[in-house]
Design a protein around this ligand. Structure first.
Ligand SMILES: Nc1ncnc2c1ncn2[C@@H]1O[C@H](COP(=O)(O)OP(=O)(O)OP(=O)(O)O)[C@@H](O)[C@H]1O
Length: 326
């Protein structure tokens, strides 16, 4: 019996670690409102995954289900290989809520000490101070939180999420109260977490921020996963930005035949189809320019580039709402 248990443990130890987050078929309904509908995704160890979507898409509800703060009507969650409600899993998860508020009568150092005790772990004082240092609050450790600005409270929230040496950190709008330098600091912090194989699930409306740090994104729309993938998969599509004048109907048709066309004044953006991704300049661009010139167009600028996450997100959400109308 003992030998069997030992063998089973060795077998488990040899397996790769379970993903930081695994969820499948999550569904949550509030009266007639379906807030989350059949949501499934994973966050691997050391991976930074961005949760994106418009207001009311269900991002915070998903996060609360993952953390066991809300009961889903259907679906399963495993955090670090254990059920979400298992205290052993929750002790290894750091969380910064969207609406944060800490005990105003405690000092920053005392708030951290409290959270370490709640997590049931031991973290030496020096390491707790380091954590405050990491979020730029080293010199405010002994000040009462009641006197902190909103941005300083959010920084403290980040320290709370990180202090108990989590293996997974869930951050709901972590930079909403931060100035640009604070945002850059958080970016560095996220990258340092990744280098230590800590997984991060990040909910942010700041798409540029998500684009800079995330390995993968999950896009929610009206409770459902509208798209998900690595940034390379989602942004693989390339585009051409052209500044043109004298564009007649024939030239516009030529542009539209090259890819999805949008126009703002004299600027034209052509999104190249996926099969031209690898080498958009290989023959296709000179040929397009030659054809445009032959059609009487004056070409002022041609700039190949990659579609931004913001525009990709808007395209996905527009396509999603178009499908629903049909
Ligand atoms: N406690 C609740 N009672 C009733 N409806 C709720 C509750 N919480 C959320 N909802 C509804 O569920 C849907 C998803 O809300 P949720 O807060 O998850 O969205 P979100 O994507 O986080 O939005 P935002 O970007 O605005 O923070 C919304 O329609 C919201 O009104």
């Amino acid at each position: 019996m003992t030998r069997d248990t030992g063998a089973a443990e060795r077998l488990l130890a040899d397996l790769p670690p379970a993903p930081a987050v695994w969820c499948s078929g999550l569904r949550k309904r509030y009266r007639r409102q379906v807030a989350v509908d059949d949501v499934s995704f994973t966050v691997g160890r050391g991976e930074i995954v961005g949760l994106l979507g418009p207001n009311g898409a269900g991002k915070t509800t998903v996060i609360k289900i993952l953390l066991g703060l809300i009961h889903p009507n259907a679906g399963d969650v495993l955090l670090l290989g254990r059920p979400a409600r298992d205290p052993r899993a929750r002790a290894r998860v750091g969380y910064l809520p969207e609406l944060f508020r800490y005990q105003p009568w405690l000092t920053a150092a005392e708030v951290l000490a409290l959270h370490v005790r709640l997590a049931g772990v031991t973290v030496p004082v020096a390491e707790r101070r380091e954590c405050l240092d990491m979020v730029g609050l080293a010199d405010r450790a002994d000040d009462r939180v009641g006197g902190f600005s909103k941005g300083m409270q959010q920084r403290l929230g980040l320290a709370v999420a990180l202090v108990a040496r989590p293996e997974l950190v869930v951050l709901d709008e972590p930079t909403s109260a931060l100035d640009p330098i604070g945002r850059a600091d958080v970016r560095d912090l996220l990258l340092s977490l990744r280098s230590r194989r800590v997984a991060v699930l990040l909910n942010s409306h700041l798409i540029g921020e998500v684009e800079r740090v995330c390995d993968r994104v999950v896009i929610l729309d009206r409770g459902r996963v509208a798209a998900s993938g690595t940034l390379a998969e989602l942004l693989g599509q390339r585009e051409l930005r052209l500044r043109l004048d004298g564009v007649g109907a024939d030239a516009e048709a030529r542009l539209a035949a090259t890819g999805r066309l949008t126009r703002a004044g004299d600027e034209f953006i052509v999104e190249l189809p996926a099969d031209q991704d690898a080498a958009p300049g290989d023959g296709a661009v000179p040929k397009l320019v030659a054809d445009l010139v032959a059609l009487g167009v004056r070409v002022h600028a041609v700039e190949p580039g990659r579609i931004s996450l913001e525009r990709r997100l808007l395209n996905i959400l527009r396509a999603d709402s178009g499908e629903d109308r049909r």
